[in-house]
Design a protein around this ligand. Structure first.
Ligand SMILES: Cc1cc2nc3c(=O)[nH]c(=O)nc-3n(C[C@H](O)[C@H](O)[C@H](O)COP(=O)(O)OP(=O)(O)OC[C@H]3O[C@@H](n4cnc5c(N)ncnc54)[C@H](O)[C@@H]3O)c2cc1C
Length: 410
């Protein structure tokens, strides 16, 4: 095998986490991104416990440094609002044994969080950072891939980790993952200051609005009294109902009977920007000869919540494990790489399928209203759902009608 380093394209959560774990194994890699950091990425900026748990397992000093950064607000739970406005409050319960020093989740602008990750990577001698240079082409060679850069350079690698996000050229045109509107969402977001009625306990807000189901409107708190505000919806519904997301977003802010009042004194700090979310509800092959797809390039966004950072991290860590196995066995064939697909499915597949089933239920506003009423008046259900947030086996009950029927008579 050649001594050429492993090549990671994209230094967002998926590529950055892969680089960190490869460095932990002492495996040399080049991490390429067309952006220089800090850089913005259109996102809700909510960072789940998956991220902090994985980083803490890799190296607790990373989490200690993150804890010391003034770039985030801690998150202790979620407030869901049903289409009829009834709130459901779900506090987070950390999994026993996770041993995290801080909160179960955070909201941190991607401008800051991704920059924090880059600074962590810069501490790792095994990672060569190539920022501000785009990858412009890929060519299959006898030993792997030849990657062309906008600078005119070419890099040969035995193994390519493709983490260049939702609009990945490699994923779509070389690996052949389709853009299927049923398994894709569109979302817009803007930053605000001065939104009234923000939750003082550090709960994020998701509003299921009748006319916009199965999508939702969100308000997430940020440092300095700012908020990340957005709206997302599955792409087939956007197309079928001819929804203009920016207009729908504006409509909520200006005219929604309850929410608009909270924005009367708010100042918008950024443009309303949109981006795609490739949902993990379709099933595709995400590796092949000498390559693996990671994060959004592998379509791993949670179909219910839109969470993609945590799953990006999982794919980065698993891809690093698979890279180690490839180098040890000196095998890079699509057949050998199948272990990556299987492990992603084992770790994330069940959760993604369950979220897809729940997303499909959320199409029916009356059902969400009934569930909200049950939760609203029953502390026992709140406790059960809090546990479900981190306990996947327990969460399966959410799509069991008997679970809800039992709660109605409690
Ligand atoms: C509006 C919106 C709200 C969201 N809210 C949340 C949320 O609150 N929480 C959550 O967990 N997830 C959320 N998501 C999903 C989340 O943003 C993504 O799942 C996550 O960013 C995926 O990480 P990634 O590393 O795969 O890709 P990205 O973060 O997109 O990173 C890809 C990187 O590749 C680089 N790149 C692209 N092309 C090239 C090239 N040719 N050459 C070199 N580099 C290249 C880019 O510059 C970028 O840095 C949201 C998404 C949207 C659109």
């Amino acid at each position: 095998m050649s001594g050429a380093p492993i090549c990671i394209v994209g230094a967002g959560p998926a590529g950055a986490s892969a680089a960190l774990k490869l460095a932990y194994y002492g495996i040399s890699c080049v991490l390429i991104d067309k952006a220089t950091f800090p850089r913005d990425k259109v996102c809700g900026d909510a960072i789940s416990g998956k991220v902090t748990t994985l980083l803490n397992r890799l190296d607790p000093t990373i989490i200690q440094r993150f804890e010391g950064e003034p770039i985030k607000v801690p998150i202790w739970g979620i407030q869901f609002f049903a289409p009829n406005g009834v709130p459901m409050e779900i506090p987070f319960v950390p999994l026993p044994g996770t041993d995290l020093p801080g909160a179960p989740g955070y909201v941190s602008k991607r401008l800051d969080f991704d920059h924090f990750m880059i600074k962590e990577i810069a501490r790792c001698a095994a990672v060569q950072l190539r920022l501000g240079v785009a990858v412009t082409g890929y060519e299959r060679t006898a030993l792997g891939w030849r990657v062309s850069l906008a600078s005119g350079e070419v890099l040969d690698t035995p193994l390519l980790l493709v983490a260049d996000g939702a609009h990945s050229h490699f994923s779509r045109h070389i690996a052949g993952l389709p853009m299927d509107k049923k398994h894709h969402a569109g979302a817009v977001r803007a930053y605000y200051r001065g939104v009234q009625g923000m939750d003082s306990r550090g709960f994020i807000e998701l509003h299921f609005l009748k006319e916009l189901t199965p999508g939702y409107f969100w308000i997430f708190p940020l440092p300095d009294g700012q908020a990340n505000v957005g709206l997302g919806m599955r792409s087939d519904y956007i197309a079928r109902r001819r929804v203009n997301l920016r207009k729908a977003f504006d409509e909520v802010i200006r005219h929604h009977p309850v929410l608009s009042k909270r924005f009367v004194q708010a100042e918008r700090l950024s443009a309303v920007q949109g981006y795609g979310l490739p949902l993990g509800s379709g099933r595709y092959r995400i590796s092949g000869d000498h390559y693996m797809l990671l994060g959004d390039a592998a379509h791993l966004v949670d179909p219910l919540t839109g969470e993609g950072i945590g799953n990006g991290f999982y794919s980065g860590f698993i891809a690093a494990d698979q890279t180690k196995a490839c180098l040890e066995a000196n095998k890079f064939s699509a057949d050998f790489m199948r272990a990556y697909d299987l492990r992603i499915d084992r770790v994330l597949g069940g959760e993604l399928r369950l979220s897809y089933q729940m997303q499909r239920l959320a199409r029916y506003p009356f059902l969400v209203n009934i569930i909200a009423r049950i939760i609203h008046r029953n502390q026992g259900v709140v406790d059960a759902i809090s546990r479900m947030y981190t306990d996947f086996e327990y969460r399966k009950q959410l799509i069991n009608p008997f679970f809800w029927l039992r709660q109605m008579w409690k």
